[in-house]
Design a protein around this ligand. Structure first.
Ligand code: HEC
Length: 499
């Protein structure tokens, strides 16, 4: 099945196959700098608009616009607007203003050029009407019934809910050797889900900057956890000398009962920036004990990802104590940040180790289209934002290039976006032919996307658990089961194959 739904932008995505000469591309590059550098954030440029739309209020059309443009971030069920404490007000005028001008620094694009004034007003009426009288509890009651057996292409399974009591937005999960499961909540809390399915809060978590896409993010245990009890947490950390700036950081601690002790920050992606978005932030150990940390571009598309003198828009490789391995690809490169493993990355919210090859695979959000799955190899440039299959949220383009010498092609990309979050290979024997397939959570379409793999090649697709809610993380447990956390309500589930 093709992983796409109708989207007005898919038609104008240009898939260029011809290659550019060096002079051509240098020229294009400087032209793009000239056009794009007046703002360091992902620009929302006014040059090109989408169809202004007609004057007739067509509810179906509005619902579709909402689904394609807004639902990926605000929930397809309008969940983020229900019982909202509005920052900028919820009168017709105030909401229109929010949509028109956006809050680019905080991750809300401006739609004033992409949508016509009438379209924005219709959208506003649609949102305000739809949420009128709704409560979060009502939304939760509308979740699809996933009890009973579920039949997929190659497997029949059922969904077992371990807990639906996780407050806030669950973000990362990791099972301990004794079967208990650590789950992070983006607001800053860490929970232990016991074998009796009870939720216990773990104390001693470092202070996090919970704002925008930031907060307490991924959780991982050390390969030798049974002997050293090391737990790793990625999070957005406040600059100790400027409270308006944050960055992606990694803390290491020991888990003792329900407490973290010996908490120590072992990695900070510098520079700290005044931005609440694109922290990236997945953690994975490879088979040699190196720790990989994914860091997003923080919205500074044209400033950091292609330069090696900073840690932003990169995947880093460090030792389990934060020391830098001397065989890192840029270890001896003058001026380079020596933890960099790969660069040219936008917002990598998925990372998983291939069960057969041991390679680290990464999944990242494209802007509008162009979500990617990449295999990471030392020193690679994954191309963001010089090459991309995506376009700006307002429908304008920032590059015409999808390929260039010296920049890697993704193993797979999605246009339109599914907004991929956590991902994992199925590495156990429990799931028959799912073994070695890649499972990617979709925030936007609220399902689990199965990429059927043959080695490193995607050979098929299947969507599972359609409508379950925004899928934040998918991980193999130490017990061989596939676990997933979703929001609305915060749930930890496992997929249990029929025996
Ligand atoms: C890429 C993610 C993203 C997309 C796409 C997006 N938003 Fe937002 N939106 C946000 C974020 C993040 C905020 C919070 C900004 C802040 O607090 O400053 C926000 C804030 C808002 C607000 C103000 C809410 C308040 O509390 O006052 C409105 C209204 C809004 N969005 C409507 C929309 C509509 C309508 C669309 C689609 C046309 C849309 N958004 C698309 C991320 C997004």
């Amino acid at each position: 099945m093709a992983p796409s739904t109708s989207n007005p932008f898919s038609e104008i995505t240009i898939k260029l196959k011809h290659s550019y000469t060096t002079t051509q591309w240098v020229g294009l590059f400087f032209l793009s700098l000239l056009l794009g550098c007046n703002s360091s954030e992902d620009p929302v440029s006014p040059e090109e608009g989408m169809n202004p739309g007609d004057e007739i209020v067509d509810l179906e059309g509005v619902a579709l616009t909402y689904r394609n443009q807004c639902g990926g971030c605000h929930g397809q069920d309008l969940g983020s607007f229900v019982e909202r404490e509005w920052t900028y007000g919820n009168s017709l005028e105030e909401v229109i203003q929010s949509i028109t001008d956006g809050y680019a620094d905080n991750g809300m694009p401006a739609y004033g050029s992409a949508l016509g004034a009438q379209e924005i007003e219709d959208l506003t009426n649609y949102i305000l009407t739809e949420i009128d009288g709704k409560t979060k509890a009502m939304l939760e009651a509308e979740n699809p019934d996933l009890s009973g057996l579920i039949t997929s292409d190659d497997l029949t399974f059922r969904v077992e809910t371990l807990t639906d009591d996780i407050p806030g937005i669950p973000w990362g999960l990791e099972q301990l050797p004794n079967g208990e499961i650590l789950v992070t909540e983006r607001g800053g809390r860490l929970f232990l889900v016991g074998n009796d399915k009870q939720l216990t809060e773990v104390t001693g978590v470092p202070e996090v900057a919970s704002q925008g896409q930031g907060g307490l993010l991924d959780v991982l245990i050390h390969p030798d956890f049974e002997n050293n009890a090391f737990v790793y947490l990625s999070y957005s950390r406040v600059n100790p000398s400027n409270s308006s700036e944050r960055s992606t950081a990694v803390a290491r601690a020991r888990l003792q009962g329900n407490n973290l002790i010996d908490v120590e920050n072992i990695f900070t992606a510098l520079p700290y920036l005044n931005s609440g978005q694109h922290f990236g932030s997945r953690l994975v150990f490879d088979n040699n004990g190196y720790l990989y940390v994914s860091v997003g571009d923080r919205g500074y598309r044209d400033v950091y990802p292609q330069e090696l003198d900073n840690a932003i828009g990169k995947i880093h490789r460090i030792q389990d104590d934060g020391e830098i391995p001397t065989d890192n690809p840029f270890y001896t490169t003058p001026g380079a940040v020596n933890s960099i493993f790969t660069y040219g990355t936008r917002n990598p919210q998925g990372m998983s180790l291939h069960p057969q090859t041991g390679a680290v695979w990464e999944g990242e959000h494209g802007p509008q289209g162009g979500d990617e799955i990449n295999i990471l190899e030392a020193g690679n440039n994954n191309g963001w934002p010089v090459i991309s299959y995506g376009i700006n949220y307002d429908g304008t383009t920032f590059t015409d290039l999808t390929e260039l010498n010296g920049m890697e092609q993704p193993v797979y990309y999605w246009t339109p976006s599914i907004a991929p979050c956590g991902m994992t290979f199925v590495s156990s024997d429990f799931y028959g032919s799912w073994r070695n397939d890649l499972f990617v959570g979709s925030l936007k379409f609220e399902y689990l996307h199965r990429l059927k793999m043959n080695g490193n090649t995607v050979v098929g697709h299947e969507t599972l658990l359609d409508g379950i809610g925004r899928v934040r993380d998918a991980q193999m447990g130490t017990d061989g089961y596939l676990y997933v956390v979703v929001e609305g309500p915060g749930r930890l589930i496992r997929l249990v194959p029929e025996q």
